[in-house]
Design a protein. Structure first.
Length: 117
């Protein structure tokens, strides 16, 4: 029980550090992304570009993380079911492919956001 709480605490702490690092890096990294064009573009447009790039990264990143979690859960259940009943392998793999579709939705959303920026 104590090991479970310690593991959960480490996972939450890792996620917090990862999100903080990604947030800090996204603000620093996209600040001078188009340094030559920022002299010609108004300051408001540069801010819109920065937020658009961050929004696209978040859309794709959360889609990929969600798909990873879904594939992990669905894939392990599918492999367990296949181990007990091998004839349902094709049906079980369809559910894994459905979980992979979440990445495609995140990617399309990111492309739509980048198309507006």
């Amino acid at each position: 029980m104590k090991a479970k709480k310690e593991f959960r605490r480490k996972v939450v702490l890792s996620i917090v550090f990862l999100v903080a690092f990604m947030g800090i890096f996204s603000f620093i990294g996209t600040n001078n992304l188009y340094a030559e064009e920022t002299q010609q573009v108004a300051a408001a447009d540069n801010g819109n570009l920065q937020w658009g790039l961050i929004a696209a990264a978040i859309a794709f990143g959360f889609g990929a993380i969600g798909a990873g979690i879904a594939i992990g859960n669905v894939g392990s259940a599918a492999m367990g079911a296949i181990g007990e009943k091998p004839e349902i392998a094709s049906q079980a793999l369809i559910f894994v492919a459905l979980a992979e579709g979440v990445v495609v939705f995140g990617f399309i959303t990111a492309l739509m956001i980048l198309g507006k920026v």
